[in-house]
Ligand binder design. Structure first.
Ligand code: NAP
Length: 312
C-alpha cells in the first residue's frame, strides 16, 4: 500500500506523475475512503485533492496519519482548513499560476455580454440574420465603469486587463490597495452604485456566502452586467434569477454555480445569462503548471518541509 492518495478525476500526465513519483493510489472521490481497509487508511500521509466536494474533519479522521492535503486549485473553500489545522494537517493550494487564464476568461465573458455575442452567434447559426436582419444595438465596452469585487491576485489581473480597454476601474476589498488611481469602495453596495458592471473575484466559503445580494444587484441597475469567476456561493442565486428575469440588471456571465455541475434550470434557461462550465483555469498550459505545483506541495508535506504555497 502507498502513503499517498490522489482523490479526484486525475488522468493523463497528472495521473502518470502521481503514480510514478509518489506511487499514489488514484480514487475518484472521497466516498472511496470507506472502501479502503483500516490498515490502508493508516498508511496514508499525503492526499492530492481535486474536486469541490466538502473535505471535512470527519473525512480527515478516516486517515489518522494524514500530514498534508495538497489542493489542485487556488480556491480551497471545499476543504475545512480549521479542521485540518486542529489535526496538524497542512493544506496547500496552487495560487498565481492560473491568474492569467482566469482573468482572460473574465474579460472575455464581460465583453461577450456587453456586446451581445451569444445573440449574434445565434442569429447567424439559425438563419435569423438573413431572415430578420440586424440585431438590436449592443453597448460600448470602452469607457464603461467596471467594479472589481475582490482586488486579490486574480482581481488585480482582471483590473489590469480591463484598464487597457479604456474602462474606469473601481474596486471593493477589505482594505485599500496600491493601485494606479483606481477608485476604492469599502462597501459592495457603494461599489455597485458607482459602476456599470461588476466582476467578482473574491474567495468562496461561509464568510462570503451571498456577498452579492439583492441590494447589490439593485444598486448596479438595469444596464449592469455581472460576471462571476469566483464561486457560485458568493452570489445570492435566488436574487440573481429574479434580477435577470425582471430586468433589475441587464445580463450575467457565470463560470461558477451553486451546486455545480448541476445548474438551476431557472437560471440556465435565461437568455441574458451566458454560462461556462467552470473553465477558468482549463488550459493545457495552466493545468500542467497547477499539477506541478500541487506535486511540489505534496512532496514537501510528505518530507516534513514547509510547502511552497501553504494556506494554514
Ligand atoms: P486571493 O488573492 O486570495 O484574493 C481573494 C480576494 O477575496 C481578496 O480580494 C480578498 O479581499 C477577498 N476576500 C477574502 N476573504 C474575504 C471576506 N471574508 N470577505 C470579503 N472579501 C474577502 O485569491 P485569488 O487567487 O485572486 O482567487 C480568488 C478566487 O477565485 C479563489 O478563491 C477561487 O474561488 C476563484 N477561482 C476561480 C477559478 C475558476 O476556474 N473560475 C479559478 C481560480 C480561482 P482582501 O483584498 O480584502 O484581502
Amino acid at each position: 500500500m502507498t502513503d499517498t492518495l490522489a482523490i479526484g478525476g486525475y488522468t493523463g500526465a497528472d495521473a502518470q506523475a502521481l503514480e510514478q513519483d509518489f506511487s499514489a493510489k488514484i480514487v475518484s472521490g472521497l466516498d472511496a475512503l470507506d472502501e479502503l481497509s483500516p490498515e490502508a487508511r493508516e498508511q496514508v500521509r499525503g492526499v492530492a485533492y481535486q474536486g469541490h466536494a466538502p473535505f471535512d474533519g470527519e473525512q480527515m479522521d478516516k486517515l489518522p496519519n494524514l500530514k498534508v492535503i495538497a489542493n489542485f486549485g487556488v480556491g480551497y473553500d471545499a476543504i475545512d482548513v480549521a479542521a485540518a489545522s486542529q489535526r496538524g494537517i497542512t493544506v496547500t493550494n496552487t495560487p498565481n499560476v492560473l491568474n492569467d487564464d482566469v482573468a482572460d476568461l473574465a474579460v472575455g465573458m464581460l465583453i461577450a455580454q456587453v456586446r451581445d455575442f451569444e445573440a449574434g452567434a445565434k442569429a447567424v447559426r439559425s438563419g435569423d440574420w438573413a431572415a430578420k436582419g440586424a440585431l438590436p444595438l449592443a453597448r460600448k465596452m470602452s469607457g464603461r465603469k467596471i467594479g472589481v469585487l475582490g482586488m486579490g491576485r486574480i482581481g488585480r489581473e482582471i483590473a489590469d486587463r480591463l484598464a487597457a480597454f479604456k474602462t474606469e476601474i473601481h474596486y471593493q476589498s477589505r482594505s485599500q490597495k496600491d493601485t494606479p488611481g483606481w477608485t476604492y469602495h469599502a462597501d459592495p453596495v457603494d461599489l455597485a452604485r458607482a459602476v456599470d458592471d461588476i466582476v467578482i473575484a473574491i474567495v468562496g466559503g461561509p464568510e462570503t456566502e451571498g456577498f452579492v445580494s439583492a441590494e447589490v444587484l439593485a444598486a448596479l441597475g438595469s444596464d449592469g452586467v455581472v460576471v462571476n469567476i469566483a464561486r457560485g456561493s458568493v452570489i445570492d442565486e435566488e436574487a440573481l434569477i429574479e434580477a435577470l428575469s425582471d430586468g433589475t440588471i441587464r445580463a450575467a456571465a457565470l463560470d461558477v454555480f451553486r451546486g455545480e455541475p448541476k445548474v438551476d434550470p431557472r437560471l440556465s434557461k435565461l437568455d441574458n445569462m451566458f454560462p461556462l462550465p467552470h473553465i477558468g483555469s482549463a488550459t493545457v498550459e495552466t493545468r500542467a503548471a497547477m499539477g506541478a505545483l500541487q506535486r511540489q506541495n505534496l512532496r514537501a508535506g510528505l518530507d516534513g518541509q514547509t510547502p511552497p504555497t501553504p494556506v494554514n
